[in-house]
Design a protein around this ligand. Structure first.
Ligand code: GLU
Length: 312
């Protein structure tokens, strides 16, 4: 089915090289966009300098190219988008959907959800440290193409930070401003971001109520033997460009795509034909086959690894 109106993206944070978990998002979002005949953007989410690693952004782009994951248009860099975020904050403040918060980390210690201390205004002499989005008391739900029906109650989420006390823009604000600016209407990413989605839906309602609806798909996360999510913190091994063909086939297998077992595809992996593998993958891509449950991943990024559902 061709849906030229489809606009998707891959939005890595340059906090290190791509690992198998991030590769899964890149491959799935690329296949979903190409299967639809749509657009696939890459957006570099470089708005958190304290966590960034020098050279990581360039390395990520080179890795995507080595894997044959070609993007459309120029790469958007969040580090160049401060004005757009400032405008969004001003709009939310004017709408009464954002407020300055003077609470310190120490004051909020132990609170899972922000208790709303600054919601009705700051006391005399207090100055805002951060800014928060004032959530409407609603339930935010969507039908996730991989994880099924989701519903989050605003009171379990609380008013979240949109501009941090250290002066940096928060991911939640930037991602919504940019998804709207780029006309994104399909988000395919890891399920570790599942509870970010209701916050992003809420911000979207406030900032751009007329923006196109988004179809959300949250991929299974990869976990190590201890059940921890594969991440830079758990020292996930980076994917190596010279293993791209085998890694692509592994990704497709983890994503439940039957083409990962096709002889023709395995031959292409042997001959190093990443473009050929991706063409077959995009043609036969079925989001409905992607498993929902976390996947135990013992591999280093190379070879098939070991796959089993989390609850066995
Ligand atoms: N930059 C985020 C990350 O690397 C992903 C953002 C998104 O896909 O919405 O975790």
């Amino acid at each position: 089915m061709v849906n030229a109106g489809y606009v998707g993206r891959f939005a890595p944070s340059p906090t290190g090289r791509l690992h198998m978990g991030s590769m899964l998002s890149a491959v799935a979002s690329w296949c979903d966009a190409r299967h639809a005949g749509g657009t696939w953007y890459v957006r570099m989410e470089d708005l958190d300098p304290p966590r960034e690693v020098a050279g990581a952004a360039g390395d990520i782009l080179e890795t995507l190219e080595a894997f044959g994951l070609q993007w459309d248009g120029p790469v958007m860099y969040q580090s160049k988008r401060h004005e757009a975020y400032a405008e969004a904050l001003a709009q939310l403040l004017e709408q009464g959907r954002a407020y300055g918060c003077a609470c310190t980390r120490k004051l909020l210690e132990g609170a899972a959800v922000y208790p709303g201390y600054c919601r009705s205004g700051l006391g005399a002499g207090q100055v805002p440290r951060s800014y928060r989005h004032a959530m409407a008391s609603e339930t935010y739900g969507w039908d996730d193409a991989v994880q099924g029906n989701q519903a989050f109650d605003a009171k379990d989420l609380g008013d979240f930070v949109i501009k941090r006390a250290d002066g940096h823009w928060a991911y939640q604000l930037a991602v919504v401003v940019d998804d709207v600016a780029q006309g994104i209407n399909a988000v395919v990413r890891g399920a570790d971001l599942l509870d970010s989605t209701p916050r992003q839906i809420a911000l979207r309602h406030a900032l751009a109520p007329d923006a196109p609806a988004v179809s959300w798909s949250h991929l299974p996360i990869l976990v190590n033997a201890d059940g921890q999510k594969l991440s830079k913190q758990t020292l996930a091994a980076p994917v190596e460009a010279d293993e791209a063909p085998a890694i692509l086939v592994t990704c497709l297998s983890l994503l439940g795509q039957p083409c990962a077992r096709e002889e023709g595809v395995l031959d292409m992996a042997k001959s190093g034909d990443v473009t050929g593998i991706l063409a077959v993958a995009a043609r036969g891509w079925e989001l409905g086959r992607v498993p929902a449950a976390p996947i135990h991943w013992q591999g280093s990024g190379q070879g098939p690894g070991k796959k089993r559902p989390s609850d066995d």
